[in-house]
Ligand binder design. Structure first.
Ligand code: CO
Length: 490
């Protein structure tokens, strides 16, 4: 008898691509279809952001990153969970709603209909506010890295408007979508602070760092200019440094200006040039900037960094051999995952005295969207929770949750394959934790078998099975980032 071959793929592309269908509805309801029980101590709101519409009035987007930001809020109290989703009502979203057609080009290549003439010299792009959402300084802010944040009402998610952070952001300033919260900031008397950056790219790039106290008041702001173009999505902090990876990219704006391509498609990766690791001191006068070169590669997201001693820093990041770009002639929905550069977790060790870098692979599985215990940001730590593919080495869509123990190298995977597709996990520490992994992991899963999404809760100490699954009445298109806001102490 002929033996059946085990399918080499844990997913089908047609199942995966359904998760990129637009979600037009704005809903709110108490989630009633629940497997397991919601932990009573889980009290607060999980906010998530991501593209909600993958088209604008019938014109499909070239790239999902161009989709209008849609916020989901999962509010937990007394063992129940209330769901609500709302679009960020940006100026451009409202204009396009009114006009009934696409008015703006997307940074990642979505072009207006009408061909070259309609796009020629039209360099206006849309602030889509679709990348992250954080609650800080009594404000709920939807973030997109090339503009000011949008402020929303944390209770009902209504859009309140662009926010300049009490006058800190000037016209033209940008605020990235990847702030880091230092749980014990040396610049805020060991209380929490929020550190973020903005980059104005050009022939040289000016990185501006902002640090805010818990009330959203600015503690410090400083800039450093580095030669060359920068496409820096995320960064790291330790007690003494802000750390940036300037990947070897160049920018040719002409195809964008002339209407052939989106601005993001004009970024070119140059594998012959080194990556520059830039360490800017967090303490004034911020002058002793250290730059260390390492080999080429591309990083969207870092997991964490910490100071091993005063001369050595460890950094854990998801590295790609190059920046994969979508061929403008093919839809992202037809992507061949195995042809894309895989993203894997590496540890860099920086020798600050000799300005040398060593790097080693932490794990061979393709991963993205790392999450750690927020109490360990910028500090030595043991556990990473991260979105992972089902196959141990091949590239594929994220379908699982991986827990890595950096001390023992033990890995645990919970897979939602073949029908489930995973997003970014969020770690929520318990009130009186016994260990670093003593918390809950919340992860939003797109279930292609029902074309609905579900929020799954795991115990951080044991991810062999979810403890709770909350089924939504609709699907949420694949999202980007989110965060947890604990309920104020009662
Ligand atoms: Co990101």
């Amino acid at each position: 008898m002929q033996q059946l071959e085990k399918p080499s793929q844990s997913y089908s592309l047609s199942d995966w691509r359904q998760g990129y269908e637009s979600q037009f509805q704005e809903l709110e309801y108490l989630i009633e279809e629940i497997e397991g029980e919601i932990p009573l101590e889980l009290s607060g709101t999980l906010y998530r952001n991501g593209p909600g519409l993958l088209e604008v009035h019938g014109t499909p987007l070239q790239h999902p990153f161009d989709g209008d930001g849609m916020i989901c809020a999962f509010t937990f109290k007394n063992g129940r969970c209330f769901f609500r989703n709302r679009f960020v009502k940006t100026k451009e979203y409202l204009e396009e709603q009114k006009a009934g057609k696409m008015l703006y080009r997307g940074v990642f290549g979505s072009q207006k209909p009408g061909g070259l003439l309609a796009n020629l010299f039209d360099i206006r792009v849309k602030n889509i506010a679709n990348t992250n959402i954080i609650y800080w300084g009594n404000k709920l802010l939807a973030l997109w890295e090339a503009a000011h944040p949008y402020r929303l009402n944390p209770e009902n998610l209504e859009t309140m408007g662009l926010d300049n952070l009490d006058g800190i952001l000037q016209k033209g300033d940008v605020f990235s979508a990847h702030p880091r919260i230092d749980p014990y900031s040396p610049l805020n008397h060991d209380k929490p602070s929020l550190v973020n950056f903005g980059i104005k790219p050009g022939l040289s790039s000016t990185i501006t760092v902002y640090e805010f106290d818990e009330l959203g008041k600015i503690i410090d702001r400083y800039s450093h200019t580095t030669p060359g173009f920068s496409f820096i999505h995320d960064f790291l902090i330790t007690s003494n440094y802000c750390i940036f990876f300037q990947n070897p990219t160049t920018y040719n704006p002409f195809p964008f200006i002339f209407g052939f391509k989106g601005a993001g498609e004009c970024v070119n990766f140059d594998s012959n040039q080194p990556t520059k690791i830039i360490l800017i001191p967090r303490h004034a006068p911020h002058e002793k900037v250290i730059t260390i070169e390492t080999k080429a590669g591309f990083i969207f997201h870092h997991a964490n960094a910490f100071e091993v001693n005063s001369n050595e820093i460890a950094i854990d990041s998801i590295c790609y051999a190059q920046l994969s770009q979508i061929d403008p002639d093919n839809s992202y929905k037809e992507v061949d995952f195995e042809k894309l550069a895989p993203g894997k977790l590496w540890r860099f060790k920086l020798d600050l005295i000799n300005k040398k870098v060593s790097q080693e692979l932490i794990n061979n599985r393709c991963v993205e969207f790392p999450s750690i215990n927020p109490k360990n940001v910028g500090r030595n730590y043991r556990y990473i929770f991260i979105g992972a593919v089902d196959h141990p080495t091949k590239n594929a869509p994220l379908q699982g949750l991986l827990k890595l123990d950096l001390t023992t190298q033990k890995e645990e995977l919970y897979s939602f394959a073949p029908k489930g597709f995973a997003g970014e996990p969020v770690f929520i520490p318990k009130k009186n934790p016994e260990s670093e992994d003593d918390g809950w992991i919340l992860v939003l899963i797109y279930d292609s078998s029902s074309h609905h999404s579900k929020l799954v809760i795991f115990e951080g100490k044991d991810i062999s099975n979810p403890i709770t699954t909350l089924h939504l009445k609709q699907h949420i298109p694949y999202g980007l980032h989110g965060s947890w806001k604990a309920n104020d102490e009662e």
